[in-house]
Design a protein around this ligand. Structure first.
Ligand code: AMP
Ligand code: MN
Ligand code: MN
Ligand code: MN
Length: 282
């Protein structure tokens, strides 16, 4: 019923913002956050569609961050899409992303795979260029059977197409989110290659910078990780979020409308959101 992480074709999802909202509504979702990577251009269309479908749309974004050489994703919820600092900051991240895409294409070229920039751009149309667009091209060319398989052989550290890129720093991302009235959520912590000591450091720093919640139930976590990250949340006094991270048919971690409930020891990130609580109660 509550899904606080999803993508449209403004970033690397397959559905337009209004198609995504319709899909969510049809699958029983009543509160949906659209959280495109480094872009908030889909929110106006998504809001209009949410009104039509009678669901609540939470304005969101998923910002790419570099922390200790590690790429992290920070989700902002209830951000103000008109906030100038947020718009400017995200625009800078997108500029860096485009340059990285060119370098990714050069790296693939060196491995004998040509034309990836043009092909990925064609998939992306007007949207930002992500590794997912390159992955779709590699599937089309027969280098792997699906995007998941691509990310084992390409586009990751040590493999063709990987580019070490410096994203926004953690402090700036949190400042942008919080400064625009939103709350910051550490996305899918179980996906990062971070050992326990560094995870504790990260959560400490995240909370110190004003972070509010971590994703506990996400399409990227196993059931064991729901329990593990619920404990981390409790340990740091952080709230818990949940989201499918839906991208579209065939390229998602999980379908929509099938998230299990948060473990009992979690305080939901929507605890003090009146509109959402009214919806739950109704
Ligand atoms: P980027 O932000 O350009 O590095 O692209 C990252 C995107 O690629 C993620 O948001 C996912 O949509 C996708 N992705 C990364 N790793 C995987 C994976 N192992 N399996 C499926 N999709 C992945
Ligand atoms: Mn993605
Ligand atoms: Mn992510
Ligand atoms: Mn995501």
């Amino acid at each position: 019923m509550i899904d606080l992480h999803s993508h449209s074709n403004i970033s690397d999802g397959l559905l337009s913002p209004s198609e995504l909202v319709a899909h969510a509504a049809n699958n029983g979702v009543r509160v949906l956050a659209l959280t495109d990577h480094d872009d908030i251009d889909g929110l106006v269309e998504a809001q209009q569609a949410a009104v039509q479908h009678g669901i609540k749309l939470v304005n969101g974004v998923e910002i790419s961050v570099t922390w200790k050489k590690c790429t992290l994703h920070i989700v902002g919820l209830n951000i103000n899409p008109d906030n100038v600092a947020l718009k400017t900051g995200l625009s800078a991240v997108r500029t860096g992303r485009l340059e990285r895409a060119r370098q990714m294409a050069l790296s693939l070229e060196k491995s004998g795979i040509s034309g990836s920039f043009e092909a990925a751009s064609a998939y992306a149309q007007q949207s930002i260029l992500t590794r997912m667009h390159f992955a779709r091209f590699l599937v089309e060319r027969g280098y792997a059977k699906d995007p998941k398989a691509v990310f084992k052989k390409y586009l990751v550290k040590g493999k063709p197409g990987f580019v070490n890129h410096e994203w926004m720093n953690l402090e700036s991302a949190l400042n942008l989110i919080i400064g625009s009235g939103g709350v910051a959520v550490l996305a899918h912590p179980g996906r990062y290659e971070i050992k326990r000591t560094n995870m504790l450091l990260l959560l400490e720093e995240f909370r110190g910078l004003g972070g509010t919640a971590i994703e506990v139930v996400t399409g990227s976590h196993t059931a064991a990780q729901y329990v593990e990250y619920a404990k981390y949340a409790q340990l740091f006094g952080l709230k818990a979020s949940q989201g499918s991270d839906y991208h579209g048919k065939g390229i998602s971690f999980m379908g929509m409308g099938r998230l299990p409930e948060l473990p009992g020891n979690c305080i939901p990130v929507w605890q003090d959101w009146p509109e959402v609580n009214a919806l739950i109660a109704s």
